[in-house]
Design a protein. Structure first.
Length: 486
């Protein structure tokens, strides 16, 4: 990559990279992992002096588990987390009944992960960080963005301390208050989902079992809002979430957390033996007006801010990274035209808008935590990258743009075939002579109802890009996305 333009020469830049990822949360780290395994010269920067603490987004949806399988972190995620416990409603210090937080679902052959998996966000970040460094990736801490300058060749990012970084592409994964987004002047459109502030804290607590998610409904006699205390899987901690009436000052000190617990439950203040992290927020929903400005892309909370209800924020953010990673790798590797990057906003902005709507409905009690929250049904049928050449398909048929399901047929497990940074050409139940494309893995299986019959070109992010009854038109599509140029 030639980075010797006049803009670069005049910037007094000490660091040159192909991709600069701003923010070392789940979004930035997942993207860093995907880029590292593709051999992309990328640097992740984080304004904090280390990974952010706190449980924050603690629920990993089934689709995210599939992504983590592909990125090589699933075993660590499963080893450290656990299933969500059954909710237990308390009234006047007594157990008043159970509450199912999520609609139940059984794993199937095509969807091996069926329910949210609980992992505190700080632990998810640790696992992704370990994987990134294992792959040779880098994270620079203590780098707060103060300026972003764009030109036709890339962008230069300046920091409060340390040298500027020059990059061909920049990805803003620096959260809801994104300094990069603000520097670019990209607006966010949204609303306050709930005017009542919320206190969230990670604590050590005595007097509650770890088999239940403990729910304390609002008390009419005090005017206090609800409180929930959830054991955090794989740790000794509990997450406390307490709502306060609009206009009420929220004491986010350790004593304030203890007072909230004592006021809303049968527990004494000293039952909270340690407060390990605490934060305050007001639930809101907001969507960036665009996800790209020249060489800079927005991802995660920098692009969309969710209510935590339903566990969609972190998961939608990881999907952003997964969508963008392979596209950046293909363009920077000279395999695909730069126009491929235009499909990032095309594909991800509508998905983020839909997930924001779902989060808001769940927060307001207008939708349940059911099938939609698992994100397995999301896809890109309307994308310019989805080319379906078959006709007269039944409504339930798998089409271009859909998530490519798992399954084991003729000794071939599909997720094993898809795993990695490559495209996969899958021939199912047809005598069509299998095609070959340079750099594309091939797999052939007999009849599989979930796929029907045909030829499927599966993208590196696990979605069907092209589908046909045979191979007519396949090579034209391959050329469009840069396949066969190696």
């Amino acid at each position: 990559m030639d980075m010797t333009s006049e803009a670069t020469k005049n910037a007094n830049v000490d660091v040159l990279v192909d991709v600069l990822v701003v923010g070392a949360g789940p979004t930035g780290l997942a993207l860093g992992v995907d880029l590292a395994r593709r051999g992309v010269d990328a640097l992740v920067v984080e304004r904090g002096e280390g990974l952010a603490p706190g449980s924050r987004g603690k629920g990993l949806q089934p689709r995210t588990m599939e992504v983590f399988d592909d990125l090589g972190v699933l075993d660590a995620i499963r080893a450290t987390g656990g299933d969500y416990p059954v909710g237990m409603i308390w009234q006047d210090g007594r157990r008043a009944g159970e509450h199912q937080m999520f609609d139940p679902a059984e794993p199937t052959e095509d969807s091996p992960y069926n329910a949210p998996w609980m992992v505190p966000q700080w632990r998810t970040q640790e696992i992704l960080y370990a994987r990134l460094t294992e792959l040779g990736g880098r994270v620079a801490f203590g780098r707060e963005v103060v300026a972003v300058a764009q030109d036709e060749d890339g962008a230069t990012v300046e920091f409060a301390s340390g040298p500027p970084v020059r990059a061909r592409y920049v990805v803003a994964a620096d959260g809801g208050r994104s300094a990069v987004r603000r520097a670019l002047g990209i607006a966010m459109t949204g609303e306050t989902v709930d005017p009542d502030p919320v206190l969230v804290a990670d604590v050590r607590i005595t007097g509650l079992d770890r088999d239940n998610w403990h729910v304390f409904p609002p008390r009419e006699d005090t005017g206090d809002g609800y409180m929930a205390i959830c054991p955090l899987a794989g740790t000794e901690d509990f997450q406390v979430v307490a709502q306060f009436p609009d206009g009420t000052p929220v004491d986010a000190s350790p004593d304030g957390v203890r007072k909230a617990v004592a006021a809303r439950s049968h527990l004494a203040a000293d039952a909270v033996t340690e407060v390990r992290w605490v934060s305050e927020f007001r639930p809101r929903a907001a969507l960036a007006d665009r996800f790209r400005s020249g060489p800079v892309f927005l991802a995660g909370d920098a692009a969309h801010i969710h209510s935590p209800a339903g566990g969609q924020g972190l998961n939608t953010s990881v999907q952003d990274a997964y969508n963008l990673g392979w596209k950046l790798g293909a363009v920077l590797g000279g395999e695909a035209p730069a126009s491929l990057l235009d499909t990032y906003e095309e594909e991800r902005l509508p998905i983020a808008a839909d997930m924001l709507g779902l989060s808001t409905k769940i927060h307001r009690g207008e939708a349940r935590r059911g099938k939609e929250t698992r994100q397995l049904g999301l896809g890109y049928r309307g994308s310019s990258l989805a080319v379906e050449t078959r006709t007269d398909l039944p409504d339930e048929a798998l089409r271009a743009g859909d998530r490519a399901p798992d399954g084991t047929v003729d000794g071939v497990r599909l997720f094993d075939a898809f795993r990695g940074a490559h495209w996969t050409l899958l021939t199912v139940g047809t005598v069509t002579e299998p095609a070959e494309l340079p750099g594309v893995r091939t797999a052939r299986i007999g009849s599989y109802e979930r796929y029907g019959t045909g030829v499927f070109l599966v993208r590196p992010d696990g979605y069907v890009g092209w589908a046909g009854a045979g191979t007519e038109g396949l090579r034209e599509y391959a050329a469009l996305v840069g396949l066969g140029t190696r």
